[in-house]
Write a protein that binds this ligand. Structure first.
Ligand code: ACO
Length: 428
């Protein structure tokens, strides 16, 4: 197998090293290309650019394979839990019982947020989108922990990791309580990660609340499935922001903002809006598919398509089955599930979607599960952020361990050559 690629530019041959990944993926290392030839590469949306070498998550988009640290997602979904999966992503190996207990205890201990932060919640209008609150609150955490902000000090980083994983849950639940005008419920450290979140979301001081077992299982599964997805838009953002030595709170807040968009994590909210709209219009899925194919409309079938997967998203497969299972167990019928199924069948049989290899992605069925659990539509992307936090942390840490350079892409300038400044009085 060749270990160099040969590139001919202006009649001159240049050799570029080939770097092969542990799963056989081949890349041409162009780090020195500009220095040697004066050329840079052009790759809109970084669709064909390996931004770094990574050991965290493997995806084979053609075969529909997803593995965290070598473990297939289906196995983790069946056998692991979110806290253990978070440990795996962050530490690179499955924990022993002692390691897991200590990781868990550290997270449990840091579930409260500073009382002064509560005043920040008061400043938001009740109509504020919880993603706006989440991003700014996570960034604000850096102002409450000025003693842990040395990004090169492992002890500082460790302290932030526990706080982030734990407090993001508290912030998310408090932002929901704020939006519905209910009193906040302080975390209960006797509850496990998911139960504690559900308690903070749905308990009220005036009543006893018991977290339904089916919901805890479903939430845990959804968080595992969202925990990492290699160099997607939000994770690349976290790595990019972190590469300037911005602290982990600030870098994660940037990731939350990137996740919010409808082409990324925000799609889960849009899927439900789309299904509701179809339901309102008599359940006509043909119209939605026709609109998605119409290049003059901006409409896309939300929850469909993926930059990497050209096959069924393995996460969507697990979620679809879990969704059926949960709704059966709680004896709930959701008309949106029936529409989603018909929409999927219709799209998968349509040449437009077949030719472009567009399949349901992680966001297609997750919203139906969240709805059944009583989680409102505009909290869906917040749920995604909760799940993705271990992945963001793992990538931020790896980027530092690899001593990566500051992220700084090049451009191909296509603007004006040089203009003469004309005083405003002389402009036509
Ligand atoms: N509905 C209709 N057409 C689609 C869809 C869709 N959901 N997705 C892609 N296409 C079409 C594009 O219009 C394009 O068609 P063309 O070749 O005729 O121009 C072709 O398929 C390729 O799509 P791109 O946009 O070039 O693919 P890209 O990799 O840039 O985008 C993305 C991937 C953003 C996920 C896209 O499929 C999309 O917008 N999907 C809907 C939003 C969504 O569900 N996002 C969540 C993704 S998962 C996640 O981030 C957690």
């Amino acid at each position: 197998m060749a270990d160099v690629a040969k590139l001919i530019l202006e009649g001159k041959e240049h050799e570029l090293p080939i770097v092969t990944g542990s799963m056989g993926e081949k890349s041409v290392d162009i780090t020195d290309l500009r220095a040697k030839t004066g050329y840079v590469t052009l790759d809109s949306g970084f669709g064909n650019t390996g931004a770094a070498e990574s050991k965290i998550t493997f995806i084979d988009g053609d075969k529909g394979i997803l593995r965290y640290r070598g473990y297939p997602i289906e196995v983790l979904a069946e056998k692991s839990n979110f806290v253990e999966t978070a440990y795996l992503l962050i530490n690179g190996k499955l924990p022993t019982k002692t390691e897991l207990d200590s990781f868990n205890t550290n997270m449990v201990r840091h579930s409260l947020i500073h009382e002064d932060m509560l005043r920040l919640f008061e400043g938001y209008p009740s109509s504020a989108h919880p993603m706006a609150i989440l991003a700014s609150m996570v960034c604000s955490l850096s102002s409450f922990y000025p003693d842990f902000l040395d990004v090169h000090n492992p002890e500082h980083v460790n302290n932030i990791v526990y706080r982030l994983l734990s407090k993001i849950r508290t912030i998310a639940a408090f932002s929901y309580k704020k939006s519905i005008g209910q009193p906040i419920m302080y975390p209960r450290n006797d509850l496990d990660y998911c139960s504690n979140f559900m308690y903070m979301m749905f308990a009220v001081p005036s009543e006893k609340y018991e977290v339904p077992e089916e919901f805890i299982k479903a939430l845990d599964l959804l968080l595992i499935l969202h925990a990492d997805h290699e160099f997607n838009c939000s994770t690349s953002t976290v790595r990019m922001v972190g590469s300037s030595d911005a602290n982990l709170f600030a870098s994660s807040a940037a990731g939350i903002c990137a996740l919010w968009g409808a082409k990324h994590g925000g799609a889960n909210q849009e899927v439900i809006n789309m299904l509701k709209e179809i339901d309102k219009n008599g359940g006509d899925v043909d119209k939605a598919v026709a609109m998605a194919k119409d290049k003059d409309s901006n409409f896309r079938l939300f929850g469909f398509g993926h930059r990497i997967y050209k096959n069924y998203d393995p996460r969507a497969k697990v979620i679809k089955a879990a969704c059926d299972n949960m709704l059966n167990k709680i004896n709930r019928k959701d008309p949106l599930l029936e529409i989603a199924r018909r929409l999927e069948d219709k799209a998968l049989a349509d040449p437009y979607f077949v030719e472009r290899k567009l399949y349901p992605n992680v966001d297609f069925y997750s919203g139906i599960m969240y709805r059944a659990m009583g989680i409102p539509n505009d909290m869906f992307t917040v749920m995604f952020a909760l799940g993705r936090m271990p992945g963001w942390i793992a990538h931020w840490m790896e980027m530092h361990q690899n001593k990566e350079r500051i992220g700084r892409p090049r451009q191909i300038y296509q603007g004006k050559i040089q203009e003469n400044y004309v005083p405003i009085s002389d402009r036509g």
